[in-house]
Design a protein around this ligand. Structure first.
Ligand code: ZN
Length: 274
């Protein structure tokens, strides 16, 4: 699947579209007369592009949005989809309220082309939340939301549709040079990524990059276990940070990115992130 492929049906009336910006996946679940959108992208123009692209797929209104987590590229387009109900984890709300405005200047520095569009974004967190799991409905169709533990953030959720064999994993699972560790809990990510594996019966859709199968989820779980093990060795003095970075277990990840993973893991081991 590539960015030019448009909507790809990855399960019964479950679609993914891949956007070139950040190689991001946006999900759509169609029920009877209603549509659910998973993640809303970074800005209002990007969110409106989803709405326009949806015209190729359905005339159903988007009545439900699910934010996999509160990072800007997943949730800054939320307001465009109102009056839809927006679902997310309890702490997605806290995270967006605490960090949303404050992060805009830093994001604009990294992505100058987005600066003007970011300025108009109103931080609009989920209005329906849960702590462990929730079954919601779109057009009479059940959709399951689950929190599996801390990982990429303290509030990532996964989304599945009974009978459709698709799991949307947000940024808990990523293809390419990601995952991003800046808000992550690498030690918890070990158990969280392992908990994802049995939930994958067919396709797993990561937040960014190619969709995959259970083998990929298993591979990521092993990589997180290895990362945590190397970090523990650095913490106890058995290994240098440089050697740990050189041995990091994510095949496409640049060293500086791996460094941030180890730094977060070491901060956890020092008890600084609890
Ligand atoms: Zn993210």
């Amino acid at each position: 699947m590539g960015v030019a492929d448009g909507w790809v049906e990855v399960g019964d009336r479950v679609f993914v579209r891949r956007y070139a910006f950040y190689d991001q996946n946006i999900g759509v679940i169609l029920g009877d007369g209603e549509a659910l959108v998973i993640d809303t992208r970074s800005t209002y123009p990007q969110a409106r592009e989803i709405q326009e692209d949806l015209q190729e797929l359905t005339r159903f209104p988007v009545t439900v949005v699910v934010d996999t987590h509160g990072h800007f590229d997943h949730a800054f387009g939320n307001a465009v989809f109102r009056p839809a109900t927006i679902w997310g984890h309890d702490r997605c709300v806290t995270f967006m309220e605490r960090t949303g405005e404050a992060r805009k200047p830093a994001i604009a520095r990294d992505e100058p082309a987005l600066a003007a569009d970011l300025a108009e974004v109103l931080i609009d967190p989920p209005d329906r939340t849960f702590a462990e799991s929730a079954t919601i409905a779109v057009g009479g169709r059940a959709v399951e939301l689950r929190y599996l533990g801390r990982g990429h953030t303290d509030h990532d959720i996964v989304i599945s549709v009974p009978g459709a064999d698709v799991l949307f994993a947000g940024d808990l699972v990523e293809h390419g040079n990601v995952p991003f560790f800046g808000d992550g809990y690498p030690l918890d990510w070990v158990a969280t990524s392992a908990a994802i594996v049995p939930l994958v019966s067919g396709v797993i859709v990561p937040g960014h990059g190619d969709h995959a199968g259970r083998g990929f989820a298993e591979g990521q779980a092993v990589s997180f276990e290895r990362l945590a093990s190397l970090a523990t060795d650095v913490h106890t003095g058995a290994l240098s940070l440089a050697d740990a970075i050189a041995e990091h277990p994510f095949p496409d990840m640049p060293p500086e990115h791996a460094r941030s993973g180890f730094e977060r893991a070491l901060a956890q081991l020092r008890g600084e992130l609890d």
